[in-house]
Design a binder for this molecule. Structure first.
Ligand code: CAA
Length: 285
């Protein structure tokens, strides 16, 4: 299998709908599953909007957009969604118990050959594999936001992920036009273990008055050639997500150097979570 024929994406949020979009665009029959029809429909609407942007920029033909949408279906039941798939990619919020129950349900309903992948940014793939009777077919496929534009898929091998499973998801990622890079299953893998301390340090710099929000972001954009400054990026990711990942790094690696900046925690407590709430380090209308 290079591109799987049938894919189920569990979770229709930003990451889930982006993942469903790229699979459907590349030709896979794709089911987008969420807890309610309204949530699944919202995911499809986001896909439609993103595809329209590609059509406007003449990066996709209107016929290909329509064919992509025709390959997309929705579901509100994990067992039904995975019943005849080759690959599941779970992309629900970062709660280990919720993810475990999805993997358990998928394991009971998916065909024996199916691979069960998670888009988790920090939860142990080994833990998710242990919730199933097929840990050798459980693996991490960590896409980056915005999924239709970002090239990387971080492939995370759990303790028991097999070579065959790894090879299959590596090939599937390449078939999506992405570049897969492998990492082992340690807290935060590579992407967030390196990214989050930078974002955290930027928050400490702001808290200590080393510079303004604009100053910190400009220095990293102009000096390091980053497309977004760390505070803008934190707003883009979600400050609650950043704090959650920092907690996973601190607990999982047992090192206080990953402690979340008090300013980050205070902003989360105030509900200033970034773009999604209209306010984080910056204001959004
Ligand atoms: N679908 C289709 N098109 C999209 C899109 C989407 N979802 N999102 C953006 N675009 C398009 C825009 O319309 C725009 O098109 P034109 O240039 O043709 O007008 C283009 O992409 C660029 O967008 P913008 O002009 O708005 O802004 P930009 O040039 O700064 O690019 C960006 C946007 C690609 C997001 C860039 O800023 C970037 O690379 N930022 C860093 C992103 C990043 O670090 N992501 C990883 C986050 S961490 C993560 O995801 C994992 C985790 O576990 C936390």
């Amino acid at each position: 299998m290079s591109l799987p024929n049938r894919v189920a994406v569990i979770g229709g949020g930003t990451m889930g709908n982006g993942i469903a979009q790229v699979f459907a665009t590349c030709g896979a029959e794709t089911v987008l599953c969420d807890v309610s029809q309204a949530a699944a429909d919202k995911g499809v609407a986001a896909i439609q909007k993103s595809l329209d942007r590609f059509v406007q920029k003449e990066k996709l033909s209107a016929a290909d957009r329509d064919a992509t949408l025709a390959r997309l279906t929705t579901s509100t039941d994990v067992a039904a969604a995975v019943a005849n798939v080759d690959l599941m990619v779970e992309a629900v919020f970062e709660d280990v118990d919720v993810k475990r129950s999805i993997f358990r349900a998928a394991d009971g309903a998916a065909p024996a050959h199916a691979i069960l992948a998670s888009n988790t940014s920090s939860i142990s793939i080994t833990t998710l594999g242990a919730a199933t009777k097929r840990p050798s077919q459980v693996i991490g496929m960590h896409f980056m936001n915005p999924v239709p534009l970002m090239k990387l898929v971080e492939i995370i091998r759990g303790q028991d992920s097999s070579d065959a499973t790894t090879a299959t998801v590596v090939e599937a990622s390449k078939a999506l036009g992405k570049i897969p890079v492998e990492a082992q299953d340690y807290p935060g893998f590579i992407s967030n273990r390196v990214l989050m301390p930078m974002i955290n340090e930027a928050a400490f710099c702001l808290m200590e008055g080393v510079s303004t929000r604009e100053g910190i972001d400009e220095i990293m954009k102009l000096g390091m050639n980053h497309p977004m400054g760390p505070l803008t990026l934190a707003d883009f990711i979600g400050l609650d997500v950043c704090v959650n990942i920092l907690d996973v790094l601190k607990d999982g690696l047992g090192d206080d150097k990953y402690r979340a900046c008090p300013l980050l925690r205070r902003m989360v407590a105030a509900g200033h979570l970034g773009r999604k709430t209209g306010r984080g380090f910056y204001e959004y209308s």
